[in-house]
Ligand binder design. Structure first.
Ligand code: KIV
Ligand code: ZN
Length: 385
């Protein structure tokens, strides 16, 4: 079983979500929770971006001595110096250096040739290596870059001491087979690649970030970069909770596992949602309000007999309060009887039929019938007050 390392960038890439910026104290509180969640490496910010980010990285590095801390830097001396200083007191740290690799970025943004980018990447990895042993190199926009250039870059930085190679799908453009294929090819062809860890970093523009990350795992990646609730630029990053639970639920098929403590998932999700003022869609997998709610009578009936009929995960194992069956117009007598029994109310078959008829009538106007109303209906039918 391969151990997949989870690299959390909620506090760096996730914070690039419009309107989601965090104060340094909030970052420290979230970082503590990420450590409890079992994250392997936390990227707490971008040291050169602001004094607040620098201070947050420094504070997280000092306090969280059990987790590896990443200092994020463009391939520039000033950025590297700031990242190295901010993470100075971490018990374990890495330097994360990135540069673009696609021709469109080189031509229009960096205005540099491939040879120049290769030279800069090598020089900056060699520069960073003087200070930090663990160097992650990210070839930004790798999924849209020429494969042969990505291989050249990867070989170049491995030659200078990079220990982790990240091949991001920066624009969320790749499809799973294609993204996996990139990892297979680069791993096979880049000299020196056997000694490094490969990492995936996926954005969700086409809703494929989790699928692409799983494809990367199947193609040999052993680190996945994620954010809590999938927050991040545009449509966000690979969602931590979805990826972790996909690996956990399909562990046997994937032959992989993580060190995530599932019981902390819900608390982490809520904490980040509150701090970033970032509401969670009702239908978001794992942590959305409806993720474990069942309205249809057929599903409710099955669940009451055996939860595995309509649930592939146990919400309680993720710290989610036990799934409440929503009572609405698709609910059956069985679910009504069961809900009333939870309040200590038992009905005869005739009483149940009477309550059911009132319930269906009411459910036509209300989408969800609250428990209070149901109890009132039962009280009317049984003459109880
Ligand atoms: O999306 C991206 O390419 C990134 C890298 C710089 C790691 O965030
Ligand atoms: Zn990113």
């Amino acid at each position: 079983m391969r151990r997949i390392h989870i690299f959390d960038t909620t506090l760096r890439d996730g914070e690039q979500s419009p309107g989601a910026s965090l104060a340094p104290e909030q970052k420290i509180i979230i970082a503590r929770q990420l450590a409890k969640l079992g994250i392997d490496c936390i990227e707490p910010g971008f040291a050169v971006a602001s004094p607040g980010d620098f201070a947050a990285i420094q504070a997280v590095s000092r306090e969280l001595q059990t987790v590896e801390i990443a200092g994020f830097a463009r391939a520039m001396r000033g950025d590297i110096d700031a990242a190295v200083r901010a993470t100075q007191d971490a018990a374990r740290r890495r330097l994360h250096i990135f540069i673009s690799s696609s021709d469109i970025h080189l031509d229009f943004q960096l205005k540099k040739s491939r040879d120049e980018v290769l030279r800069i990447a090598r020089e900056m990895v060699a520069y960073g290596k003087q200070f930090v042993e663990e160097i992650e190199f990210s070839a930004m926009d790798a999924s849209r870059a020429g494969r042969e250039f990505v291989i050249e870059l990867v070989e170049g930085v491995i030659g200078e001491g990079a220990t982790i190679i990240n091949l991001p799908d920066t624009l969320g453009y790749a499809i799973p087979e294609e993204y996996g294929d990139m990892f297979r090819t680069v791993r096979k062809q880049a000299r020196g690649g056997e000694s490094v860890r490969y990492s995936a970093h996926c954005h969700n523009d086409l809703g494929l970030a989790v699928a692409n990350s799983l494809a990367a795992i199947q193609a040999g990646a052993t680190q996945i970069e994620v954010t809590v609730n999938g927050v991040g630029e545009r449509a966000g990053n690979c969602s931590l909770e979805e990826l972790a639970m996909a690996i956990e639920t399909r562990q046997a098929y994937l032959g992989a596992k993580t060190g995530i403590v599932a019981g902390e998932i819900y608390e982490t999700s809520r904490m980040v949602s509150r701090a970033m003022h970032f509401p969670i869609a009702y239908n978001k997998p794992i942590v959305g309000r409806n993720a474990f709610q069942h309205e249809s009578g057929i599903h409710q009936d099955g669940l009451l007999k055996n939860r595995n009929t309509y649930e592939i995960m146990d919400p309680e194992a993720m710290g989610i309060p036990r799934s409440m069956i929503v009572l609405g117009k698709h609910s059956g007598r069985h679910a009504i009887k069961h809900r009333l029994a939870q309040y200590g109310i038992t009905l005869t078959d005739d009483q149940l039929q009477e309550v059911y008829e009132k319930f269906v009538d009411r459910a036509d106007t209300l989408k969800i019938v609250p428990d209070g109303e149901l109890i009132a209906m039962a009280s009317d039918s049984t003459g109880m007050q």
